[in-house]
Design a protein around this ligand. Structure first.
Ligand code: GLN
Length: 307
């Protein structure tokens, strides 16, 4: 085993005993996940992927799709147009909160569900398939391979997604988007149901870390400016109502999802991803958070470190 993988293995064994938290069950299909799964991957500037643990297991990307759809919206519309529809303030509230700004009706940020649905509505597309196709193509370009949707998770989300539909209706009542509610929400459910492994997420993270260029394929996926905008929003809003404490304690832009994935970015250094299905009260993976925190402490990844 190479020295870097040995370090990753050590970190994984350090957090393995943590067994707090619960697997998400509000989307019935997610409740079937094996709670003991644990994986970690990193990708450096030359695109070398190193991974340990359950690194080939695929799971749905869920909310980790949000920063990448934001990147696509920024590319298609530009920052000002995006900010007309969704804010950039940490909400201090759970991911599914019904929190819209008083006067404008804008969702507070693109990392909570309301804001992510508004972001998805900005993506061009004549219908659900067209819009979803553009989104999946972008996620695939970030990952450096063709990604697919898990149809059973999608069906499960769509069958139980009334709260997200309600959010979308509220947004539409405020004129945040004009298209049909159903189409937009189905695209959102489909983007959340894209299958990834921890290795895919680490490549996606590295693409943000290296200014929008995928270090594995060498392809530019988004502009350096869009990548920076996304990392800024992840820094302040990526961990829901734990975002402030995460920045304080761990100090890296990150994004979590309810199936247990966590992506963290060390700008210009490497992309990191971890996976373990049990979640804490904020909806962030307990062990994936511990993995990233341990890495950040061991390798001085905190953005505001002065040495
Ligand atoms: N699809 C999930 C939802 O909309 C995503 C939430 C998440 O990962 N936090 O509820």
């Amino acid at each position: 085993m190479d020295p870097i993988s040995a370090v990753l293995e050590r970190v994984l064994e350090e957090v393995r005993p943590l067994d707090a938290g619960e697997v998400a069950n509000y989307i019935p299909q997610l409740a079937t996940a094996d709670p003991d799964q644990l994986a970690l991957a990193v990708v450096g500037p030359r695109g070398r992927v190193r991974s340990v643990g359950d690194d080939r297991v695929q799971f749905t990307i869920q909310s980790i799709s949000k920063p990448f759809v934001l990147a696509l919206a920024l590319e298609e519309r530009g920052l000002d147009a995006v900010l007309d529809h969704v804010g950039a303030e940490p909400s201090g509230e759970p991911f599914n909160a019904i929190s819209l700004e008083d006067i404008t009706g804008r969702p507070v940020n693109p990392m909570v569900n309301a804001g992510a649905i508004a972001t998805t509505s900005l993506i061009e597309g004549t219908d659900v398939d067209d819009r979803t196709g553009r989104i999946v193509a972008t996620l695939s370009a970030f990952a450096g391979r063709s990604l697919w949707i898990d149809e059973s998770v999608y069906a499960s989300e769509s069958a139980t997604g009334d709260r997200n539909r309600a959010l979308a209706h509220l947004l539409r009542s405020h004129g945040i988007f004009e298209g049909p509610v159903d189409d937009t929400v189905e695209s959102y459910f489909r983007q959340c149901s894209v299958l990834v492994s921890v290795r895919d997420l680490a490549v996606m993270s590295a693409t943000l870390a290296f200014g929008g260029v995928n270090p594995v394929t060498g392809a530019r996926v988004v502009s350096e400016t869009s990548a920076r905008h996304v990392l800024s929003v992840m820094s302040s809003c990526g961990m829901y109502d734990f975002s402030g404490e995460w920045l304080l304690r761990v100090g890296v832009p990150a994004k979590s999802g309810v199936s247990g994935g966590l992506l963290a970015v060390a700008p210009s250094q490497f992309g990191v991803a971890a996976f373990s299905p049990r979640l804490d009260e904020h909806g962030n993976s307990v062990r994936a958070s511990a993995v990233v925190r341990t890495l950040s402490e061991s390798f001085g990844m905190h953005l505001l470190d002065t040495h």
